[in-house]
Design a binder for this molecule. Sequence first.
Ligand code: COI
Length: 356
Amino acid sequence: MIDIGLDIKIQKTNQSRLPEIDFNNIPFGKIYADHMFLAEYQNGQWSDLRIEPFNNLNLSPAISVLHYGQSVFEGLKGFRSPDGKEVLVFRPEENAKRLKDSAKRLCMPEVPEEIFMTGLHKLLDLDRGWVPNVKDSALYIRPFQFAADEYIGLKPSESFKFIIFASPVGAYYSEPVKVKVETEYTRAAQGGTGFAKAAGNYAASMYPAKLAAEQGYHQLLWTDGKEHKFIEESGTMNVLFVINDTLVSIPSSDTILPGITRRSVVQIAKDWGMKVEERPVEVAEIISAIKDGSLKEMFGAGTAATITQIALMAYDGIDYELPAVETREFSNKLHAELTGIQRGLVEDTRGWVYKI
Ligand code: COI
C-alpha cells in the first residue's frame, strides 16, 4: 500500500474550464485539466510540493533544459469507474519506477515514489471531473522532470522541476496504422538513452518519422543501430507479433523503451495459456512469415496507443499488407480484456488498477 500522506499545498482555480469541454469531441493532447502538481529540487532535496491552477511556467531563457535537453517524462492513463465514482489509474507505480530509471541515465535526481504517487493522487482527486466517460477516451497523465538551473555551461543541473498535468484524450490512432521499417536513421544506439523516456529520444525521431509520413506511413518501425537487422520499437509503442499460435514480443534492452503495456500484454497472454516467446526479432523473419502466411497478427502496445493494429509494413520499398484486422483473434480479445481491466469492466486479478 502506498503512503499518500505527504503535505501538499493546494491552490484551487476559481474558474474551472470544465463546462467548456465537449467530451464527445476531444483531440489527443490539446486540452488540459484545471490543475497541475509541482515539486522543486534544490539543495539536494525535493520540496515546495503544491497543486496550482494549470498555467504557463515563468522560465529564464538560460534554463539548462532548453539547451541540453536534460528532461524525462512519463505517460499514464486514468479512467472513470463504471459507477462513475472513482478514477481508475493503470499501474502508476510502474511509471514512478520507470521515471526514476530514466532520471538516473540523464543524471537527474530520482523523484521518490511517495512524491509521485501523492502528487498524482491529490491532483486526480481534485480534477476527477476531467476523466472522460466516453468510449475510447481517457485522462492522459503526463508527469515530467527537467533541469532548471540558469546556466549555459555544460554540466548536470543542480535544480530540477517535477510537474504532473493531465489531458482528457480520445484515441491516439483513429485507425490501424501503416509502418515503415527504418533502415537508414537510428533511434537508439547501444550504451545510449534508448531505454529511458528522455525527451531527446523523441526529438531525434521526428525527422525520419516526418520523411515516412510524407510517403504515407503513420509511424516508423525502428531497427537496431548497428545493422538495421533487428526490429526494436515503433517510437510511440512497442511492437508484438502472433506467428502461427505464438505471441512473439521483443524484450526490453538498452535501446528499447521498457513498455508497461507490453509487459501487461505478455502477462495476460501467459495467464491465458498462450505460447509466448520474448526474444529478438529480425526484419527478415517477419518478411518471410508474411510471405508464408505464418504471420497472423502485428500490433503496437503503449499507453497512448493502447493496442493499435498494424495494417501494413513497408520494407525496402515494398508495402506488405498484413492479415485483415477482423481475423486477428488474439489482439482483438486482448484489446477487450486490457481496456476492460483499465475501465473496471473486467475483474482486476493482478492488482494493476489504482483507485482514487
Ligand atoms: C505514451 O504512450 O504515453 C507516450 O509517451 C507516447 C507519446 C509519444 C505520446
